[in-house]
Design a protein around this ligand. Structure first.
Ligand code: PDD
Length: 282
C-alpha cells in the first residue's frame, strides 16, 4: 500500500504531509464520520450516483449537514492534481462532523471536515482469488447500515482472517450470516441466491445492489433470506462482493471446501461474467 500523491482537505489540495487536521476533530476523537469508496473504470466512476447517494444518506442518518453533490468539482480537481484524470483509480471520501471541544452530543454550528484522496487502482476483469474465509461472531454494533469511519470491529475481525491466511471473515449474528468484514456475502443453493436482508445489521453494498440487478436480468432467483451457520453443508456456492473485491468466489469456509481446482460454481461464474459486461457498458 502506498500513500496518495495529493490529498484534498477542506477545499485545498495539498501534499499528504501537509494535510493536517486538529486532534479535536470528532473523526479522530470519536470516529464520528462517514466515508465512501468508489472506483474509476475506463474514465468513469462506476455507479458514482449510487455511491454519492449512499454517502448523502449516511450523513443524514448521523445529522451531518453537507451536500455531497458539492464534491464533484473537487473530485475533478483532485484527479487532475494526482494525474489520474481518466485513469483507473480508487477514490476515498471521508466527511467527519468537524472540530469541537470534546463532548458526546453533537455540537452546534460545526463545520464538517472533508478529506479525499485518489490512488491508482486497476481492477482485474474478473476477481480470480478463490477466497478462503473464516467465520466469526458478528460482535459489531447494530447500525452496520451506516458507513461510518469507526471501523474497529471490522478491523479486528479482518485481522483474524489475515492471521489465518484467509481473504475475509464472514460474520454471523444469532446464528445467521450477516456480511463480511469489508464485503457482502451471498450463498447459492439449488440455483437460488441467498443473502441477508438490507436492514440495520449490514451495509447495503453498491455491488450487492448490482447483484440484484444482474440476477433479475439473468432470471436467477434471489432471496433476502439469511443463511444459518448450520447450513454450510447444504450450500453449493458462495461469493463475496465489494467495490474493490467485485465478485470473489468463496472456495473454503473454515474447513468446509466448496470447490477444488478453480472450478467456480456456475451461478457465481455467470454473475462474474455479467458483472464484467456491465463494467464494459458503463
Ligand atoms: N467496503 N460490507 C462492508 C462492511 C463494507 O465495508 C463494504 C465495503 C461492503 C461492500 O459495499 P460496496 O459494494 O458498496 O463496496 C459491505 C469498502 C470498499 C471499504 O471499506 O473499503
Amino acid at each position: 500500500m502506498k500513500y496518495p500523491d495529493k490529498v484534498y482537505l477542506n477545499g485545498e489540495i495539498v501534499n499528504p504531509e501537509d494535510a493536517k487536521i486538529s486532534v479535536f476533530d470528532r473523526g479522530f476523537i470519536f470516529g464520528d464520520g462517514i466515508y465512501e469508496v468508489m472506483v474509476q473504470i475506463d474514465g468513469k466512476f462506476f455507479y458514482e450516483e449510487a455511491h454519492l447517494n449512499r454517502l448523502q444518506e449516511g450523513l443524514s442518518k448521523i445529522n451531518i449537514t453537507f451536500n455531497a453533490n458539492e464534491l464533484s468539482p473537487a473530485i475533478e480537481q483532485l484527479l487532475s492534481a494526482t494525474e489520474l484524470t481518466g485513469k483507473d483509480c480508487l477514490l476515498y471520501i471521508q466527511i467527519t462532523r468537524g472540530v469541537a471541544p470534546r463532548q458526546h452530543s453533537y455540537p452546534d454550528d460545526i463545520k464538517p471536515t472533508v478529506m479525499m484522496y485518489a490512488v491508482p487502482k486497476i481492477l482485474p476483469d474478473i476477481n480470480k482469488v478463490n477466497a478462503k474465509v473464516i467465520s466469526r461472531n458478528d460482535f459489531r454494533w447494530s447500525r452496520c447500515d451506516i458507513k461510518m469511519t469507526s471501523l474497529l470491529g471490522n478491523v479486528m475481525l479482518n485481522e483474524e482472517a489475515m492471521q489465518h491466511e484467509c481473504f475475509e471473515t464472514i460474520l454471523y449474528r444469532d446464528g445467521c450470516i450477516t456480511e463480511a468484514s469489508h464485503c457482502n456475502v451471498f450463498f447459492v443453493k439449488d440455483g437460488i441466491v441467498f443473502t441477508h436482508p438490507a436492514n440495520e445489521l449490514i451495509l447495503d453494498g453498491i455491488t450487492r445492489q448490482i447483484i440484484f440487478e444482474l440476477c433479475e436480468s439473468l432470471q436467477i432467483e434471489i432471496r433476502e433470506t439469511p443463511i444459518s451457520i448450520n447450513d454450510f453443508d447444504g450450500i453449493d456456492e458462495a461469493f463475496l462482493t465489494g467495490t474493490s473485491t467485485q465478485i470473489a468466489a468463496i472456495q473454503k469456509i473454515n474447513n468446509h471446501i466448496l470447490y477444488t481446482d478453480d472450478k467456480i460454481g456456475v451461478v457465481t461464474q455467470t454473475l462474474q461474467e455479467a458483472f464484467l459486461k456491465l463494467k464494459k457498458e458503463n
